[in-house]
Write a protein that binds this ligand. Sequence first.
Ligand code: FE2
Length: 323
Amino acid sequence: MTGPTPQQLAQSGSLDALYRQLGPIRMGAGWAKPTPSLWPEPKKVFQPHAWSYAQAKGALDAAGRLINTELAERRNLILQNPAEGYATTRTIVAAYQMIMPGEKARSHRHTPNALRLVIDAEPGAYTVVNGERLAMMPGDVVLTPNWCWHGHGNDGRACAYWLDVLDVPLVQLLEPMFFEPHPDEFEAETAVPAASPMCFPWAQTKARLDAAASANGGVAEVALGEPGSPALDTMALSMIRLAAGQATAPHKLMANIVLGVVQGSGTTAVEGTALSWRRGDVIAVPSWREHVHRSDDGAVLFRVSDEPVMRKLGFLREGTPAH
Ligand SMILES: [Fe+2]
């Protein structure tokens, strides 16, 4: 035992004298905290924000000249929330990535769950997940859940661009971070499956959106992954289609949301902030923010949220829209 003795503490003549003795033994008086540890509603730390694919594409094209995949584990641009140095929202990080013709990105695996939305690619771009080669075409979503081996390649003639979405900030917070490079550097392809639970091809998603739109006449939304059991443990995925002139109902949810624009253009209003977007752009809607997506000409949005985490932990709440 170092620091003051129990007797010295017990004989403190004033609160100030007591506080001076508590500091060195790493105890804090709960009745005199400089800041409260409980508050009535979630603090709005992270900011709603939009990132431009056109700008990212320009920067990635420069990176294509300046850095290769032998030096970079991944050639990507991390979408940093203005409130933070790394994360896009509290639990999710998104990044644009580009791979050039003939390149391969080394195989590895990690505990963070990852997925990607393909933005621009020609036949020949692919991801190998646990030995299975999955094609990557625009609008496709490819999953690499916790501890799945994955690497990327591009046998095509054009650069391939996609949006990566990962739960790395959540894993950093909870600390179960493990990462391992593949022992062979590039994992061998053992199969080219016709269908895989790791891949949601755009053609199938589009057909499901068409069916959903004709069934309800409103905003069509389809989940990617089994209802109630997301393909990834920590992130729920869906595609939302807005017909021309349509808007989503005002929504306020205790979940962090990242959206990628698959098609079209529009605006997301987040509590007084209006974010304009077009194909390829990314939008962050932090938790507990009322928001509305609107499109004049029609659009498709890919939505990723941490709802499964909030639900499992008993924290998922829906707010009452103000209007
Ligand atoms: Fe990875």
